[in-house]
Ligand binder design. Structure first.
Ligand SMILES: Cc1cc2nc3c(=O)[nH]c(=O)nc-3n(C[C@H](O)[C@H](O)[C@H](O)COP(=O)(O)OP(=O)(O)OC[C@H]3O[C@@H](n4cnc5c(N)ncnc54)[C@H](O)[C@@H]3O)c2cc1C
Length: 417
């Protein structure tokens, strides 16, 4: 590799993990990282959880001070990359600076999808993607305000739970008629609905918002399909849009549903440009269409894969997608990917706040959903990795030792439990 080195655009989770992995692999060339935000790379999951609840929230840095120092990254924070030139192999910054690269890694993440009817920047309106967004919302949650949350997805519900825990009164508007219905089986959705209501949230399902009007004292009136709603704060959490404009404008291939198209090694349609994290859509073996994953695990895994691929090293083994969300005191984890044609079998009882579902096609486990049952999900993980049919009858019995059952289902593994 020449002295131009590696330029990483974006300074978030995936960028930091990739840079660290490059050094772990022995790369000694220059690593320049550009970040629009004025922070060292930080973890976003706490932004909708602990950061909203307490001023002295958790430590957020992706890399410890020691790892950061050892990684010797030239961080240009507060720098916006505005153009990528694939022929000259350089990145242009908003201030006119030009950075030449041997290899470029795009790790630009995504932006909160905005609703035209509820514009960002309006007083009392919040979109949560950055630490600064979360700090503003935390300040606004002081003094037990009335809060409307538009969007009852994972993020909206996490914010709802955090707001409830600091004494806000919360109404969640969700366009679908069931919570998280694209991601969890109906029983899990019904359980979540009942727990949100028990925590004090008002849920307006099958509802949408057509506009927001300012009222005196900074309050807002929302026009919704179920009538007007007056609140102090409005939080919009209706999805993520991948930051793929830089790549698109440069002529890199973009997936049909958005996201920089990458192969299993995180390489884009240009041999010198890789991409990782929320900004990507990845072709994966066994998947008909490229997949966009917006998760902490994916940001980490793709960061590591991109680092190995950039150096021409063997790639880490692919992992089954995993996601977690904390909904108040409840932890939900998912393994694999949901699909509308899966059949679900359950172990445990959501009425007792503990259950595990396996979604399968032809008895092949493809999607696991765990409510307060992360250890159980870990026990059956090898079956998802193996991707072969299993006998699911015993799985459902309380008396079954899950770890032993999972081993039995893999005849090539000795049973020790
Ligand atoms: C509030 C919140 C809660 C979450 N909770 C969970 C959870 O519970 N579980 C889970 O699995 N995942 C969760 N996630 C998702 C997870 O945090 C993301 O998937 C992960 O942060 C993606 O990392 P990334 O590096 O791809 O993008 P990011 O972390 O978003 O980093 C991208 C960075 O690139 C910068 N950038 C973009 N364009 C440019 C440019 N042109 N020039 C310079 N810089 C640029 C951006 O400003 C940003 O700082 C959550 C996300 C949020 C926002």
């Amino acid at each position: 590799m020449t002295s131009r080195g590696i330029v990483i655009v974006g300074a978030g989770q995936s960028a930091a993990v990739a840079a660290h992995a490059l050094r772990e692999h022995g790369y000694s060339g220059r690593i320049t990282m550009l970040g629009r935000e004025r922070h060292r790379p930080y973890e976003r999951p706490p932004l909708s959880k602990a950061v909203l609840v307490a001023a002295d929230g958790p430590q957020l840095d992706v890399l410890t001070d020691e790892s950061w120092a050892r990684s010797k990254i030239d961080l240009l924070s507060g720098s916006d990359a505005v153009a990528l030139d694939l022929v000259q192999q350089h990145v242009r910054l908003a201030d006119g600076q030009v950075l030449e690269y041997e290899i470029c890694l795009l790790a630009t993440g995504g932006e909160a999808v905005t609703l035209a009817s509820v514009p960002a920047g309006r007083p009392g309106v919040h979109y949560i993607r950055t630490l600064d967004d979360a700090r503003r919302l935390r300040a606004a949650l002081q003094g037990t305000p009335q809060v409307a949350i538009l969007g009852g997805g994972f993020l909206g519900l996490e914010i709802a739970n955090s707001a409830l825990s600091v004494g806000a009164s919360v109404t969640v508007l969700e366009r679908a008629t069931a919570l998280l219905d694209r991601f969890v089986p109906p029983e899990a959705s019904a359980w979540l609905e009942s727990r949100m209501q028990a925590a004090g949230a008002t849920l307006l399902l099958g509802a949408s918002c057509s506009g927001v009007h300012s009222l005196p004292a900074g309050r807002s009136r929302l026009s919704t399909s179920t009538g007007d709603l007056e609140v102090d704060e409005v939080v919009v959490a209706v999805g993520l849009s991948p930051n793929d404009a830089l790549a698109r404008d440069a002529g890199l291939q973009i997936a049909a549903g958005g996201g920089i198209l990458i192969d299993p090694s995180c390489r884009t349609s240009n041999a010198h440009v890789f991409a990782c994290g929320d900004c990507t859509s990845q072709r994966r073996p066994g998947q008909a269409a490229p997949t966009r994953l917006e998760s902490w695990q994916n940001a980490n895994e793709q960061g590591r894969t991109a680092a190995a691929a950039m150096l021409g090293l063997p790639l880490p083994a692919p992992v089954v997608p995993w996601f977690w969300t904390d909904q108040g005191k409840h932890n939900i984890q998912m393994l694999g990917l949901p699909a509308s044609d899966l059949e679900y079998v359950r172990r445990g009882d959501p009425a007792n706040d503990k259950a595990l579902w396996i979604g399968h096609r032809g008895s092949v486990p493809l999607h696991g959903v765990a409510i307060n049952a992360g250890a159980d999900l870990r026990a059956v993980r090898p079956l998802f990795e193996r991707g072969r049919p299993v006998q699911l009858e015993d799985f459902q019995l309380d008396a079954t030792n899950l770890r032993a059952w999972a081993k039995q289902m893999q005849p090539d593994v000795a049973i020790t439990a």
